[in-house]
Design a protein around this ligand. Structure first.
Ligand code: ADP
Ligand code: ZN
Ligand code: ZN
Length: 733
């Protein structure tokens, strides 16, 4: 019998592929690339994926072990998916086994032959529908189920009963036995009624829709650059409709917090197709099912967040990535991939178009437009007669502030509320105040484990570190000088909320930040409340800036943006400009005109002035030429080596060895910046250092990394520290 070996990507942090023997007496035909296996690895059993079958190995017979189990009869992954994951492993210099683990949902990773489970659906029969509530008086549980089912025209899955909070199975069974409820199997074809829009696309929208449709069946990247409220979502909807009628699938990626049930509903109402959703709020089964449904072709549309970018498509037609500038598309730990860049690579492999939508394009994408890698489609006007908001600065220098709010801002809020309209007040920080200070000696509350200050959370009487989560009670006396004169310094959302509730005691105030929306569905409750109410104030962090459409908001105030103007991160000004533009975009989305008031102590700051007088696109053009002069991304390429350890000396000896590996010949065309302590030297009890590698070209940088990273992996000193490499880092902290 000819001998053969299985080359397997095993879920471990090692940068290599492992050879295993097949199961004893099994045939070569049994195995195929893309099947998953279980192998013994050290003392553990781990999942792996067959990447190749070869007739040679460098290992001796004694070193070789057979695989423990074959999980798939048919390959779970096709060659094209595997090629993408291999590319990602190569490009991000991340262990291939971990890339596979990331790409597969948890429940798919190690289950044997996972399959789509079609749901059982329930609906009221004619008889059931004719019942009256009084007929069910004596069985309150059946009455409750009956009420639930009455709300729907179509058969529904049992999920709708989950919120009842009790076991619905036996009362439902009785209702089925009495023929009040009909049971059916989920159909794969769409059954629901779709709504058509009451308007036709405007010329700019139509041009965009046509351009994307024209690119069907070939790879092209579109940057759909449209101001907030210009009808980008409408362009997506109409384009998707065109694609799915040809029988193809669409993958739509969104930042986590913009994927709200409302948006999903809007898509569902408009599109005649099976749609599945995938985000971190779902359980493992739901995510695995969404993944399988797209892969097997049971669904035509997947609406998902970052990690959905890896979902295989049976019949790919289009990829859409909304809010492309959003930094949440970059994973910031472990496998540090950019979902945007992977999505583009996927579209290219599949030979299909991809649309990147945003009101505030990233500088990377604008550069790609300049170099003609992307095609720009512009929507300059807001739809349906809405106009762009009027943005003004409030010069706060020498002004008397009422708890951080200026007189003109308070007056504008009062007027807006009097008209029955809503106000958004944007504050960059959650909590009550960013720091607690002693009036006697200047002591400030520092985190023991991080180089950062503890944020004051007054309502729960805690000082809490937003970096490591450490917390303790607010001291009554200063720990240094024992004086009882501690005061909160600066402002956070809770402080502004408190100030506003004394200024406007009869107006409902809603706070939207990570603290107030921690509970599941909390965000949805808040959004519903805003839509129902008349005069209201919304106080919130950047969570408010994204995607939401609140038609009755006509005033947006920004209380403190100054801190963001003076960051040492070269990307800070881009982010600040995007944030201001996005938050401003919440004002006046329909007929009522919108106003934006920005409080600042730096009314002459160039960023603010360019942005307000000449708009985001001119700001971005200026920022790009600054980047070019400074030799920064997107003109240059970067990779960041991060190191952390409890003992600073371990880091220093490791870095010393790393620097010795870098010889003049290995670093041709590469600049090595560092090693230096990270801007936040200590975090969660660990010291942090970094080295930045950069180059005018991508190729030599990656070539350099390919030689140096395996050498770093072998260093003895590497065992005492943790290190990682971040390709195209978006955050140098
Ligand atoms: P964006 O995604 O750019 O923020 P949306 O697509 O959500 O914008 O559109 C904003 C609002 O305008 C929505 O209520 C949408 O239904 C409506 N709309 C979109 N296109 C048109 C149009 N051509 N005419 C009238 N209303 C439109
Ligand atoms: Zn003191
Ligand atoms: Zn901390």
């Amino acid at each position: 019998m000819p001998k053969f070996y299985l080359n397997i990507a095993v879920d471990t942090p090692l940068h290599r592929i492992f050879d295993y023997l097949p199961i004893a007496h099994s045939n070569r035909d049994t195995y195929a690339i893309g099947q998953r296996v279980i192998v013994s690895f050290g003392r553990q059993q781990k999942t792996g994926v067959i990447l190749a079958i070869s007739s040679e190995t460098t290992l001796s017979n004694k070193q070789l072990k057979p695989i423990s189990e074959l999980l798939d009869n048919k390959p779970l992954l096709c060659e094209q998916d595997i090629a993408l994951y291999k590319w990602a492993s190569d490009y991000y210099h991340h262990p291939i086994g971990e890339v596979f683990a990331q790409a597969l949902p948890k429940q798919v990773r190690s289950t044997k032959s996972p399959t789509v489970t079609l749901a059982t659906l329930y609906s009221l029969s004619k008889e059931g529908d004719d019942l009256h509530e009084s007929d069910l008086k004596r069985s309150p549980r059946q009455a409750a189920l009956w009420k639930q089912l009455q709300q729907f025209n179509n058969p529904v899955a049992s999920d709708v009963f989950a919120e009842l909070g009790w076991d619905w199975r036996s009362p439902l069974k009785s209702m089925v036995e009495k023929s009040w409820v009909t049971v059916s199997q989920e159909h794969v074809a769409a059954t629901h009624q779709i709504q058509s829009p009451s308007f036709t696309p405007n010329p700019a929208q139509q041009t965009a829709i046509d351009a994307i449709a024209h690119a069907q069946d070939c790879f092209q990247t579109f940057l759909l650059d449209g101001v907030t409220g210009s009808g980008k979502t409408e362009v997506y909807l109409q384009t998707i409709q065109k694609i799915i009628t040809t029988g193809k699938q669409v993958l739509i990626l969104l930042p986590e917090i913009t994927l709200t049930p409302q948006l999903a509903k809007r898509f569902k109402q408009r599109l005649a197709a099976q749609m599945v959703i995938s985000h971190s709020g779902l359980n493992d089964t739901q995510r695995a099912q969404a993944w399988l449904r797209l892969k097997e072709g049971f669904a035509s549309i997947l609406l998902g967040t970052r990690s959905a970018v890896f979902t295989p498509m049976k019949n790919p037609g289009l990829i859409i990535l909304d809010e492309e500038h959003d930094s949440s598309f970059k994973q910031q730990e472990g496998f540090r991939y950019s979902a945007r860049d992977i999505a583009i690579m996927r579209a290219r492999n599949y030979g299909i178009p991809i649309v990147l939508g945003t009101a505030t394009p990233s500088l990377e994408s604008l550069y790609n437009v300049q170099t003609q890698r992307f095609t720009q489609l512009v929507l300059t006007e807001r739809t349906a007669g809405a106009s762009q908001p009027d943005i003004r600065l409030i010069d706060c220098r020498n002004q008397q502030l009422n708890n951080h709010l200026s007189k003109p801002l308070i007056k504008a809020i009062t007027k807006t509320l009097e008209r029955g309209e809503q106000v958004i007040l944007f504050v960059n920080r959650r909590g009550f105040a960013p720091v607690m200070m002693c009036h006697g000696c200047g002591w400030v509350g520092q985190c023991r484990r991080c180089d950062s200050r503890m944020v004051v959370h007054k309502h729960i009487n805690l000082l809490r570190c937003h970096h490591c989560g450490d917390e303790h009670a607010i001291p009554t006396n200063c720990p240094d000088c024992q004086q009882p004169e501690l005061f909160p310094l600066g402002l956070g959302t809770q402080r502004i909320e408190e100030t506003l509730s004394t200024l406007f005691p009869h107006t409902p105030i809603t706070r939207i930040d990570r603290d107030s929306t921690r509970r599941k569905d909390a965000m949805q409750t808040v959004i519903d409340k805003v839509h129902e109410g008349d005069a209201q104030i919304l106080v919130g962090t950047q969570m408010l800036a994204k995607g939401h459409h609140f038609p009755n908001v006509t005033l947006v105030g920004m209380a403190d943006i100054d801190a963001g103007l003076f960051s040492c991160d070269f990307r800070a000004s881009e982010r600040m400009a995007q944030l201001i533009t996005q938050v401003s975009g919440r004002a006046g989305r329909e007929q009522k005109a919108g106003r934006v008031l920005i409080q600042t102590h730096h009314p002459d700051h160039p960023l603010l002035n360019t942005l307000i007088q000449r708009g985001y696109s001119n700001f971005a053009a200026d920022a790009l030429s600054e980047r070019q002069q400074a030799q920064l991304p997107p003109y240059h390429y970067q990779a960041l080596l991060r190191v952390n350890a409890i003992d600073e000396n371990d880091i220093l000896s490791f870095l010393n060895e790393v620097m010795q590996l870098i010889t003049p010949s290995s670093q041709q065309d590469i600049n090595v910046l560092g090693p230096v302590p990270a801007p936040m030297l200590k975090r969660a009890g660990r010291f942090r250092y970094q080295i930045l590698f950069e180059s005018a070209q991508r190729k030599p940088l990656h070539q350099f990394l390919r030689t140096i990273l395996p050498a770093i992996e072998k260093l003895k000193t590497a065992r005492r520290i943790r290190w990682s490499i971040d390709i195209d880092p978006v955050d140098l902290y």
